[in-house]
Design a binder for this molecule. Structure first.
Ligand code: HEC
Length: 104
């Protein structure tokens, strides 16, 4: 059997170390809340500050935000599009979003 050369061993190790560093820095810059809130920006504006007829969601109280998202989700507040978004988010996601947008 041929013994593996030093290159055959070193390259995968270098690759592993590099990919570890890349994924660490990615995790720091794009956290879960940022990813979730980005999907709202298309309609509600950057950081929830809307420039047109869609309501702004920046600076709403955490309680109002959570109650509203739950009401969209269970259908008790009628909506055109928000029910479709609200059903995709867990209670924990909604709390994160409420926290994030209340500080914008
Ligand atoms: C496709 C456009 C669209 C996207 C994307 C969207 N929204 Fe909405 N949002 C609306 C519209 C339109 C309304 C007004 C209610 C309705 O008709 O659905 C609304 C209303 C709301 C309200 C109530 C505001 C108030 O003043 O009572 C909240 C809170 C809200 N959205 C949160 C979110 C969050 C959080 C996200 C991202 C997870 C999001 N929206 C993504 C269109 C959108």
């Amino acid at each position: 059997m041929k013994t593996p050369s030093i290159v055959n061993i070193t390259l995968p190790i270098i690759y592993l170390i590099m990919s570890l560093f890349c994924s660490l820095s990615f995790a720091q810059t794009v956290n879960r809340t940022t990813m979730l809130s980005n999907s709202c920006a298309a309609c509600h504006g950057t950081d929830g500050k809307s420039a047109d007829s869609i309501p702004s969601i920046a600076g709403k109280s955490v309680n109002y935000f959570i109650e509203t998202m739950h009401a969209f989700r269970n259908g008790s507040r009628p909506s055109t599009v928000m029910i479709r978004h609200a059903i995709g988010y867990s209670d924990d996601d909604i709390k994160r979003l409420a926290d994030y947008f209340s500080k914008q």
